[in-house]
Design a protein around this ligand. Structure first.
Ligand SMILES: Cc1cc2nc3c(=O)[nH]c(=O)nc-3n(C[C@H](O)[C@H](O)[C@H](O)COP(=O)(O)OP(=O)(O)OC[C@H]3O[C@@H](n4cnc5c(N)ncnc54)[C@H](O)[C@@H]3O)c2cc1C
Ligand SMILES: *[C@@H]1O[C@H](CO)[C@@H](O)[C@H](O)[C@H]1NC(C)=O
Ligand SMILES: *[C@@H]1O[C@H](CO)[C@@H](O)[C@H](O)[C@H]1NC(C)=O
Ligand SMILES: *[C@@H]1O[C@H](CO)[C@@H](O)[C@H](O)[C@H]1NC(C)=O
Ligand SMILES: *[C@@H]1O[C@H](CO)[C@@H](O)[C@H](O)[C@H]1NC(C)=O
Ligand SMILES: *[C@@H]1O[C@H](CO)[C@@H](O)[C@H](O)[C@H]1NC(C)=O
Ligand SMILES: *[C@@H]1O[C@H](CO)[C@@H](O)[C@H](O)[C@H]1NC(C)=O
Ligand SMILES: *[C@@H]1O[C@H](CO)[C@@H](O)[C@H](O)[C@H]1NC(C)=O
Length: 603
């Protein structure tokens, strides 16, 4: 049904486009020089967009469509069927469809529904929110920062064709897997998208025979595989297996997650997802399929392990270590206005909770918590003890509960144990919603910071809440479970090897808020909310996948001492800037000018 929506408008649109663009310029010769623009006193060369003379003509699009097996589609905003007309870059098209509108409206908050759409962005701020579901079909639906054309890739050759087409025609290229991205990296104004969601192959082995010294069990997953699917399949093995994934069940495991690092409940025990990678099959910016592992293209292998999404290559498949799943125990903790309305007491409790973050990670735990989501509330769901019995987990948590009891605060807690971590994961982790608009940022406090300045960190958290933002925290340490000699096998910031609490800060703001309000929210996030965290935890780091896109000093914050090597590798593997994601290695000269639209390089 949804794909029909795209088919209906597709061919017509390309005809309209041809009519609007008029006779086409002669075929571009090789890589285009870029469209010259001047913005705010600076000269740029930009990617080609609809209406530019270098935008490919209909014949070229049709040739591409044939190359990709007819899987080229026009991209329309997901809620376009709720509007009489979608004001596409090619002119107005009729889009109203009551049944489709009802379906999109009912499912707008469903992650999986949005993931399955060709180009939706689950956090809508960076779509610019110009076409949300509405009950008034005469409202205006414009493209915002949505892409315009998408290849629903089914085969490796389709990805190759998309990369080559974007490169030869100088188009903005987006790789879109699940669309989870907080920083807006899976959408982009006027872009061509390669959607990798169809790459769903999963293959397990008990003995990895490829490059490197590791000989144990492993899994090879296609680019589109989501955590929950591979975890379910691994759990069904005998004996049940598990792998490192994010805490979020629907995030992909071979797209942005591993290229940013990928932390989750197993991280304190096994490191980042990137640390467990054994091999990637990729297409590089020149359109060539390659392997990357410890022997072949080992520099690329390193960069793909946490060096930044959509920067070095498009991943087609990834192979990761798997581990035997084991008995696990989880504990919940809630302290909110049901338990106390005394703010002083509440913050004393939060300070105490946080003072134990080093203790938790030093004892192998992972802790997921929310702070300030409903005002004065701390919601820990859960403390995770993988390989721990209830008695063992409770022994680790005892000092915390003793302290809470001593300060006379009420709280809610419960503990459950499971045969495997997978059972815990399904039972205790909560689902998440799509369709919200917010700016996100965050910072990671190191063990050193917590030891030296826990009270200062809590003041900074209070400052976050006082500014209308809230916190999602993840206590883990990515150094504990990985031998120090192997830390540099991944490109992630070495500072994460001493991490204790990695928080996301969330500043709610509509994607369609007035520009001045957006600028104010961005300033607040960067300098007030996150500024306070950086000052309180100077030995910390920022995590590229859960970050402020405009993180100051981003090279150092995201990659630390690994940045210079990543910059060299970006210049080697993507010298012409075929790929782009904000604040990734080598993008210093690139900018989305004209209010976040045209992607251009300073000249
Ligand atoms: C609710 C929620 C929970 C989260 N929980 C965690 C967590 O526990 N741990 C954690 O580490 N992160 C977490 N994240 C952040 C997550 O790591 C990022 O959103 C990540 O970018 C998602 O990757 P994706 O491929 O699924 O999504 P997409 O949005 O489709 O892609 C993200 C980025 O990766 C690029 N990309 C995607 N596929 C490929 C490919 N095949 N080749 C090259 N580039 C590609 C895209 O171009 C884009 O830049 C969470 C995010 C959300 C929204
Ligand atoms: C234009 O540039 C100035 C100085 O570099 C900067 O302060 C301002 O924010 C820029 N304006 C826009 C709209 O980008
Ligand atoms: C691509 O080809 C398919 C099959 O012929 C067709 O249905 C689709 O509309 C075409 N896409 C575009 C964007 O023209
Ligand atoms: C498209 O439709 C809108 C209102 O639905 C109208 O204001 C606008 O003029 C139309 N544009 C074109 C090019 O027809
Ligand atoms: C994006 O949204 C802002 C308002 O927040 C608006 O001023 C701007 O025109 C929009 N741009 C696009 C391309 O939709
Ligand atoms: C709130 O808690 C603090 C710290 O325990 C205590 O000193 C204070 O008296 C309490 N306030 C009230 C009104 O109970
Ligand atoms: C407070 O915690 C209880 C569980 O102890 C929960 O049922 C309730 O929804 C929470 N309230 C708020 C406002 O978060
Ligand atoms: C990792 O590399 C960094 C920078 O290249 C270096 O400072 C550090 O000592 C290395 N760490 C290990 C454990 O080899």
């Amino acid at each position: 049904m949804r794909s029909l929506m795209f088919n209906v408008v597709t061919s017509a649109l390309l005809l309209v486009q041809n009519a609007v663009a008029g006779p086409q310029a002669p075929a571009a010769t090789g890589a285009s020089k870029g469209v010259p623009r001047t913005w705010n006193g600076t000269n740029y060369e930009c990617k080609c967009y609809v209406g530019d003379s270098c935008w490919p003509n209909l014949q070229k699009w049709n040739t591409l469509n044939a190359t990709v097996g007819g899987n080229l589609r026009i991209s329309t905003p997901p809620a376009a069927p709720c509007y009489n007309s979608y004001q596409s870059p090619w002119g107005n098209i009729s889009t109203y469809d009551a049944a489709q509108c009802a379906s999109i409206t009912a499912n707008f908050a469903s992650e999986q529904f949005q993931i399955d759409l060709p180009t939706a962005g689950l956090w809508t701020y960076f779509t610019n929110d110009t076409c949300r579901p509405t009950t008034n079909p005469t409202d205006t639906c414009t493209p915002g920062y949505y892409p315009v054309v998408v290849i629903m890739a089914k085969k490796t050759s389709h990805i190759q064709a998309g990369i080559r087409f974007a490169s030869q025609n100088n188009l903005r290229l987006i790789i879109r897997n699940t669309g989870h991205d907080f920083l807006g990296r899976s959408v982009g104004w006027g872009a061509l998208v390669i959607n990798t969601h169809s790459f769903q192959d999963v293959a397990f082995t008990n003995s990895w025979k490829g490059a490197g010294t590791y000989k144990g069990s492993a899994v090879t997953v296609g680019a589109g595989v989501q955590a929950i699917n591979v975890l379910k399949m691994a759990h069904a093995l005998d004996p049940p297996k598990v792998m490192v994934t994010g805490e979020c069940a629907t995030v992909g495991v071979a797209g942005g997650l591993v290229q940013g690092g990928g932390h989750g409940p197993l991280t304190t025990l096994k490191g980042f997802l990137a640390d467990t990678a054994l091999e990637f099959e990729v297409i590089t910016a020149d359109g060539v399929p390659r392997k990357a592992n410890a022997k072949t293209n080992s520099d690329l292998f390193w960069a793909l392990r946490g060096g930044g999404p959509a920067s070095f290559a498009v991943i087609v498949s990834a192979t990761y270590k798997t581990f035997d799943d084991v008995v696990s125990t989880g504990t919940l903790l809630n302290i909110n206005t049901t338990h106390t309305t005394n703010a002083t007491l509440f913050w004393q409790a939060v300070t105490t909770f946080h003072s134990y973050s080093n203790h938790f990670v030093d004892n192998g735990l992972y802790v997921y918590y929310e702070l300030g989501t409903t005002g004065q509330n701390l919601h820990v769901q859960p403390f995770v003890g993988i390989g721990k019995t209830p008695a063992q987990l409770q022994a680790v948590l005892k000092p915390l509960f003793d302290d809470l009891d001593a300060m006379g605060i009420k709280y809610d807690t419960s503990t459950k144990s499971f045969k495997t971590f997978f059972d815990l994961y399904i039972d205790m982790f909560e689902g998440e919603a799509a369709g919200n608009s917010a700016l996100t940022g965050g910072w990671t406090a190191s063990r050193t910071d917590v030891a030296k300045n826990n009270a200062g960190i809590i003041s900074a958290y209070q400052n976050v809440l006082n500014n209308g933002a809230f916190i999602v925290g993840h206590m883990w340490n990515a150094g504990a479970g990985v031998p120090a000699a192997e830390w540099n096998n991944s490109a992630v910031n070495p500072r994460f090897r001493d991490a204790s609490d990695k928080v996301i800060t969330i500043v709610p703001i509509g994607g369609n808020a007035p520009l001045a309000d957006k600028a104010a929210a961005q300033q607040k996030l960067t300098y007030v909310v996150d500024g306070g965290l950086r000052a309180a935890a100077p030995n910390g780091a920022a995590y590229i996948n859960e970050a402020d896109p405009f993180q100051p000093n981003w090279q150092e914050a995201f990659w630390g001492t690994n940045y210079p090597r990543l910059l060299t590798l970006r210049q080697k593997w993507d010298p012409n800037g075929v790929f782009y994601a904000v604040s990734t290695p080598g993008t210093e000269k690139w900018e989305q000018i004209e209010y976040g639209t045209r992607l251009c390089k300073k000249v």
